[in-house]
Unconditional design. Structure first.
Length: 284
């Protein structure tokens, strides 16, 4: 995705987040902290994991109060442990208090995703398989969550519905079958001047053979195939197309699927079922 579009989405997310949190004013802070009072706060790590969100945190501080000074000690992607201090922020105490929760919400969420992703990536070491995220993300936070997947060592499947064609079971059924879905997708790309990769989901060997007979795709998703059938399907495809396993794959079964020879495994749990990494923002 274009970097200016990414920045615009992040800026809009930050603006919306401040609007919902602060409203017409942080009356707690405004009532007891003088406007000219200055101070420092540190980001204290309280749980082992992979740090993610430092660069977005800097955007949060700078967007709210450009006079805030951020000193970073640990960068995105680093392994952290309890007691580590990731950064120290200096500025108006009112600004420190009003940005604290948004910064923590973002960093805890992103670090949790990066930590989970890294766990899956390590499980795949020694294989050719990459772990993919999905569109099962928190509304409005997709860009940040997919950034976190990258920081954790994973690969983004697609950002949204606009940057790849993925013909899933419903598309195939509504289109009237495998052939019609693929042909219409190719015709659409030609008519619209779109250079988009086409992936198609198959549910059984009959659908797989239909795809192989027609061609015209870049990747085949093997949906809810057993490991035995996945290995058989990969052998049948024979490297002609990229392969992806999806559907019901857990951390415990991840490597079994990778050893079948698939190129990718998509895991919705990277973003939809993640616990935030514990950290706090304390005066220092």
């Amino acid at each position: 995705m274009d970097s200016t579009v990414v920045k615009d989405l992040i800026d809009r997310l930050i603006d919306l987040s401040f609007a919902e949190d602060i409203g017409d004013g942080d009356h707690t802070t405004l009532s007891c902290i003088p406007a000219d009072a200055m101070g420092k706060s540190k980001l204290l790590i309280k749980e082992e994991g992979i740090l993610a969100g430092i660069e977005i945190a800097k955007e949060v501080f700078g967007r709210f109060d450009p006079t805030m000074k951020v000193e970073v000690f640990i960068n995105d992607g680093a392994h952290v442990k309890p007691g580590d201090v990731a950064m120290v922020v200096e500025g108006k105490i009112q600004s420190l208090l009003q940005t604290e929760r948004l910064m923590l919400n973002i960093m805890q969420r992103m670090s949790g995703i990066a930590t989970m992703t890294n766990k899956y990536v390590k499980k795949l070491e020694g294989t050719k398989t990459h772990v993919l995220d999905t569109r099962k993300t928190t509304p409005g936070m997709r860009i940040l969550e997919k950034m976190a997947v990258n920081i954790g060592g994973g690969v983004n499947h697609r950002i949204g519905l606009f940057d790849m064609i993925l013909l899933k079971d419903n598309h195939v059924d509504f289109a009237g079958g495998i052939d019609k879905a693929i042909l219409r997708a190719k015709e659409y790309c030609k008519a619209k001047g779109k250079d988009l990769k086409i992936e198609i989901e198959v549910r059984n060997f009959d659908e797989l053979q239909q795809v192989l007979d027609l061609g015209g795709v870049d990747r085949i998703m093997l949906d809810n195939f057993s490991t035995e059938n996945t290995k058989k399907a990969v052998d049948i495809i024979g490297g002609r197309y990229e392969t992806e396993s999806s559907g019901g794959i857990t951390y415990d079964t991840l490597r079994d699927y990778a050893e079948c020879g698939v190129d990718f495994i998509s895991v919705g749990a990277l973003t939809h079922s993640v616990k935030g990494l514990d950290m706090s923002f304390k005066a220092c």
